[in-house]
Design a protein around this ligand. Sequence first.
Ligand SMILES: NC(=O)c1ccc[n+]([C@@H]2O[C@H](COP(=O)([O-])OP(=O)(O)OC[C@H]3O[C@@H](n4cnc5c(N)ncnc54)[C@H](O)[C@@H]3O)[C@@H](O)[C@H]2O)c1
Length: 327
Amino acid sequence: MSEFKRKKILIFGGLGLIGSTTARKCIELGAQVTIADNREPRYGANDFNLHDLKGEFELKIGDIRQSEFVNELVKGYDYIFNFAAQVNHNLSIEDPILDNQINCIGHINTLMACRLNNPEAKLIYPGSRLQYGQIKELPVKETHPRQPLSVYAIHKNTAEQYYQAFFKHYNIRSVCFRITNPYGPRAQMKTSGYSIINWFIRQALDNKEITIFGEGQQIRDYIYIDDLIEGILTAAGNPKTDGEVFNLGSGIATPFRQMAETIIKVVGAGTLKQAPWPKNYDHFETGNFYADITAIKSTTGWQPETALKAGIEKTVDFYRKYREFYW
Ligand SMILES: NC(=O)c1ccc[n+]([C@@H]2O[C@H](COP(=O)([O-])OP(=O)(O)OC[C@H]3O[C@@H](n4cnc5c(N)ncnc54)[C@H](O)[C@@H]3O)[C@@H](O)[C@H]2O)c1
């Protein structure tokens, strides 16, 4: 990751979970960081995420939907991370146009802006495991069919294809990721619609009931935020990843119930409650999921290091300390 020393880096959505953690790491590596964010209150923007690094990065308030803003902004950067997003799954169904404008048009704006004003930059796109839809074979390889079930997932998949097309047609370099289930410090904790581990940690810290559907045997792949960012940066800085798409997760299959029980044990509070699956859950439920991460490991040498319990412990410590800024 020494590649990033003195590099100029632009992070859209840099006040949120993945963006702010990327910014922290890039600053540590000696990069010159600019963050662009619209501080949209419904998502994860939180000034506290970078409060201790004031003066070490530049902040531009703006929106990826506005092409004039994006066109001007992209000039001169070596790497552009586009983490700005409509991240609320339920809202994507209630307001699919909003989701399309941020999660599709926002990316076209960035790609067009780079084509016009910075064709040398490398772009980084965070897609989702949800792009695969219903899972047919485990572990899920990048070649698994993609039949996304929700509007959010359809748009995440579409935007990935824009990055691939701009690489093919205009040689705009990019690397795309299909991220599993991230968790850790600096995620928003206000609603259940984002990181499920973070939400359960909040429930446990508030000594509330944690509801799991059915037997809680569904398998998920949870990745600790620091491992995720190391994976993103290691791949971004490697020229062999130009035009590639990688699964990015822990590669470990964890039953839902085990994850919830670990949280209750680490926090020392909260109780488990079983509930029937909600109506229409099968419209969105992908079935068991864990990622095959062989491709990113063999191309970049990266591998995740944080065991689930250790990651939960670090996350709980963070929110115990800084609860007032996230509740
Ligand atoms: N957290 C997850 O579970 C997960 C999983 C897979 C992929 N992703 C993807 O990773 C990316 C980052 O997610 P996150 O978890 O950090 O979310 P987050 O909500 O914490 O951060 C998103 C940031 O984008 C900003 N933003 C939203 N709309 C914007 C706009 N129109 N213009 C400028 N800024 C805008 C928000 O203010 C926020 O700071 C997203 O693309 C998301 O789809 C997240």
